[in-house]
Design a protein around this ligand. Structure first.
Ligand code: ZN
Ligand code: ZN
Length: 304
């Protein structure tokens, strides 16, 4: 039997764990070619179908639950009915950054206690540097030999094979003292767990009001705030005057920047959700987009 994929487990972790533990299973042979190189869209399709998660639905579910792509796809132009736009039709394209991994020693210890083993979580190297649960600095290099956890350093099986006899869970935890880093980690986690899509149009309207009502005293913060207001107003304006295709093609939708502004404007993601629900009475479940894929011009629903 294939192993059960764990919550937030990275695709690379899932493949490597199967190859290590489950090498007798004939289905694992289908994953063997993925053990090296980048995880491409084709690789995601193969993993999904090997797991029995068929078609576009399974492909997008894996992207959403096990990669960093929610950062690009949850805050969205809701005129787009596909989850990952044309990704399903671009098999050779790689998932960015999927190679870099990091871990929290507290999570590893907790996993070993609860599950008997640990695994690698999907990572957000440009956004998250601490564990949102334990407020501990994530380790992206081995605490024993200093190699990075990527194809240029340790194979991920160091999680299960140990480094010179030492288990990664025996590493000391370093408490994070950077409040902004913790806040960012919590917002990213909450965004990934949010069950609905966030309309970029609604978010811009809410943030425009919110930013104007924020009282930031420091001069530096005031200029930061002004440039955020300008960006939000530009997005709103362009959204209203441009067709869906032009808006997307010109990449005028900036989900990651919008998330930064949400983090700047709110103390907790839930507070943003209260305003969002108030503004947007009919939120679209993210899952309802998983069956659809686009070819750049129109969307198709996959029947599988
Ligand atoms: Zn942790
Ligand atoms: Zn090592």
């Amino acid at each position: 039997m294939l192993l059960r994929i764990q919550p937030n487990e990275s695709l690379r972790s899932y493949v490597d764990r199967n190859l290590l533990v489950n090498f007798m299973d004939w289905r694992v042979d289908r994953l063997r070619w993925l053990s090296e190189g980048e995880i491409t869209h084709q690789a995601v399709k193969v993993i999904a179908s090997t797991m029995g998660w068929e078609g576009c639905y399974g492909f997008n579910r894996l992207l959403h639950e096990h990669t960093q792509l929610p950062l690009q796809f949850v805050i969205r132009d809701t005129r787009d009915v596909t989850y990952s736009r044309t990704a399903y039709l671009k098999p050779r394209m790689a998932i960015i950054n999927s190679d870099l991994h990091a871990y929290c020693p507290e999570c590893v210890r907790q996993d070993v206690q609860n599950l008997g083993f640990s695994y690698w979580r999907r990572n957000f190297p440009d956004h998250v540097s601490v564990c949102a649960t334990h407020n501990v600095v994530l380790l992206s290099t081995c605490p024993y030999c200093d190699q990075p956890f990527s194809s240029k350093g340790h194979n991920l099986d160091v999680m299960w094979r140990k480094c010179s006899g030492r288990h990664l869970g025996s590493a000391e935890s370093v408490i994070n003292l950077d409040e902004d880093a913790l806040k960012r980690a919590r917002f990213v986690e909450a965004l990934c767990a949010f069950q609905f899509s966030i309309s970029i149009h609604s978010a811009a309207a809410i943030l425009s009001d919110k930013l104007r009502s924020l009282k930031k005293s420091a001069k530096r913060m005031k200029s930061e705030q002004t440039s955020m207001i300008e960006l939000i107003d530009r997005i709103s304006r362009n959204f209203e005057v441009k067709s869906f295709e032009t808006f997307l093609i010109n990449l005028e939708c900036h989900p990651e920047e919008i998330l930064q502004i949400i983090i700047y404007s709110y103390e907790a993601f839930d507070e943003f959700v209260v305003d969002l629900r108030d503004y947007d009475k009919e939120l679209i479940p993210i899952e309802s987009l998983w069956r659809n894929y686009g070819n750049g011009r129109y969307a198709t629903t996959c029947r599988e």
